[in-house]
Each structure stands twice: as C-alpha cells, then as structure tokens.
Ligand binder design. Structure first.
Ligand code: FES
Length: 122
C-alpha cells in the first residue's frame, strides 16, 4: 500500500502548543495519530475511530476519555481500550516519552499495516 511506514517514526510535540486537556492530530507516514495531553500525562492513539473511522480529533477529550464525534464511542487514551460503544475494537496506542517541554511519540514501522482491517463491521 502506498504511504506505508517503512521505518519507525518519532513525532516531536511542543507542549507549549498542547495545554493540558487539549489534543492534536499529527500525521506519521500516512497514519493519523492523536496526541492527548491529560493531567495523567501525554498519550497517543490512532486518530481514527475503530467503529467507522471518524476522526477522534473532532470529538471531545475529558480526562483520559476521548469521545468520537460521529456516534459517541469513547476510548481510554492511555491504552486505546473501548470505554463505550458502539465501537467494539480498541484503537492502537503508541509509546510516548515526555519532559516538561516536549513529548515524543514513537510510531513503529508495522503501525500502518496493522490498521488495515481494524474498523468494526457496521
Ligand atoms: S465512527 Fe466513531 S462511534 Fe461511529
């Protein structure tokens, strides 16, 4: 597939641009990654909902819970776990390192291929 990630990518996020309680979508090798700054830390998950692939960045972040703008599914941004349907499949989460000023999100080379069949059947 074109745009597939062939090597690990690290996204650098300046936390001055991402206050606590905010989230931002970034692209990594053709993959949409959602970076969330919570009181518990910085976390990163797929930006696409596993239900019908709406962009979660257009939804709402409350604590560690991101809610999909389309049908209201909710995910835990720490793990990608489903907190509320209609989504049944978790979304992928990514390793994040951070200090007081920056966060670094690691998107592994296999991330793109693993997403190909992750959306729930409707
Ligand atoms: S697309 Fe997210 S809940 Fe349906």
């Amino acid at each position: 597939m074109s745009g597939a990630i062939t090597a690990e990518i690290t996204l650098a996020i300046d936390l001055a641009d991402l206050p606590v309680g905010e989230m931002i979508a970034r692209e990594a090798g053709g993959r949409a990654v959602l970076v969330c700054h919570t009181r518990e830390g910085v976390f990163a998950v797929d930006d696409l909902c596993s239900h019908a692939e709406a962009h979660l960045c257009e939804g709402r972040l409350r604590g560690i819970r991101v809610t999909c703008p389309l049908h209201g599914a909710a995910f835990d941004v720490r793990s990608g776990a489903v907190l509320k349907g209609p989504a049944r499949q978790p979304i992928r989460s990514y390793a994040v390192r951070s200090d007081r000023a920056r966060a670094w999100v690691t998107v592994p080379a296999d991330a793109h291929d693993a997403d190909a069949s992750s959306a729930d059947p409707l």
